[in-house]
Design a protein around this ligand. Structure first.
Ligand code: ABU
Length: 371
């Protein structure tokens, strides 16, 4: 049956079918969390964020919210239904029997927390202590979907304990250096251990019957095995990108645009032996264009490769950040209509256009693209 804006239905099997309903994050009350093992390992050694924590300056929150509100309106004007999370108080500390941290993170970006696979939305375990309660920002929406859509499955992965046993202490020195980090990434030695299943939703890409999951800082092998057992009708593939010294989240590294076409970060190429399933099935993997910026904006966790963190609206249309002119030019050459969206001043709150959204409904069914 065709999608109707009057009726809530959760369904999304891939990253590119026509988007009808999405969640867009908010910058409200976003905090730079205090030091903790997994977060520290991700903050680049030369970053202006080292040693800082506390509520982000109000003017930056207001500016990020202005951009996120505008993006939500742009999507609505194109016929997409957009919902927004309800912020909890992120200044509250988190204490469990296993750990304590003095503040939380925010309700940006939803893509890290919520994984939509078919009629299910799954809350990820997360691996940062400051993000342990982040799912609460989305609970009012998930409650609404559950009440309005009888086929919606609201699932939550087991909450991890996040004791010190979850983290390799080797990563906790400030000055490891990129050469060492790259060596460790190539050996698949990441900050998180195999103590218990850990994954962030943004490490997963959906290709119909196949889920492609990045093993890195935020997702461990037990997390991937947990996903495999949780989705028994899917094939779950583990991938690595050894060129990334800070490997979290696959969506600034490997970006499917439509069946048969993926853009790959040229500094984080998928190793040859992991390309087989794509090549055998006629998929093309092209290098992404260079970012337009040499550095991320101030107080930003992410790399300049948010340039390729695009949101595909349908197999011919893609939202690209307005200042990312090289990425937009490449999308145009690849036959995509480009929708420019201004978002760079919100990057610091957790990412780009893909990060700041989560799918609720896309057209299409679960296809097998790699038979
Ligand atoms: N959340 C995407 C960030 C990835 C990166 O920093 O490149």
């Amino acid at each position: 049956m065709a999608w109707s804006p009057e009726k809530t239905e959760v369904k999304s099997w891939n990253e590119w079918d026509t988007l009808r309903h999405a969640i867009v994050g908010r910058a409200d009350d976003c905090h730079i969390p205090p030091e903790e093992p997994a977060l520290d390992a991700k903050v680049p050694e030369d970053s202006d964020m080292r040693g800082q924590w506390g509520r982000r300056p109000q003017e930056t929150i207001d500016r990020a919210n202005e951009l996120l509100d505008n993006f939500a309106d742009q999507l609505r004007k194109r016929g997409v239904r957009v919902d927004r999370p309800v912020s909890i108080d992120h200044s509250q500390p988190v204490t469990t029997p296993d750990f304590h941290t003095d503040s939380q993170f925010g309700c940006m970006p939803p893509r890290d927390v919520l994984l939509t696979v078919g009629h299910e939305m799954l809350e990820a375990t997360m691996s940062y202590r400051c993000r342990w309660f982040e799912y609460l920002n989305y609970r009012p929406l998930l409650k609404q979907y559950w009440e309005e859509d009888p086929n919606f499955r609201h699932e939550a992965a087991p909450k991890p304990r996040l004791t010190d046993a979850d983290y390799h202490p080797d990563y906790l020195s400030e000055k490891i250096g990129d050469a060492k980090r790259l060596e460790w990434a190539a050996e698949k030695f990441f900050v998180t251990t195999e103590e218990e299943p850990l994954f962030d939703a943004a490490d997963v890409l959906r290709f119909g019957k196949d889920l492609v999951v990045q093993h890195g800082f935020t997702t461990n092998l037990k997390g991937i095995e947990w996903l495999r057992r949780h989705f028994p009708d899917h094939r779950v593939h583990t991938v690595n990108f050894p060129g990334d010294p800070y490997p979290i989240h696959i969506d600034a590294t490997f970006t499917p645009l439509r069946p048969g076409l993926i853009v790959n970060n040229p500094q984080r190429r998928l190793p040859e032996e992991q390309r087989e399933m794509f090549h055998k099935n006629g998929w093309e993997i092209v290098d992404a264009a260079q970012p337009a910026h040499n550095t991320p904006p101030p107080l930003c966790y992410s790399s300049t490769w948010l340039s390729m963190n695009v949101l595909v609206l349908d197999p011919k249309t893609v939202c690209v950040e307005k200042s990312e002119v090289y990425q937009a030019e490449q999308m145009d050459k690849l036959g995509m209509e480009v929708v420019e969206v201004e978002l760079r001043d919100a990057y610091a709150f957790g990412g780009g256009l893909h990060c700041c959204t989560a799918d609720v409904y896309r057209d299409g069914e679960c296809e097998d693209y790699f038979p």
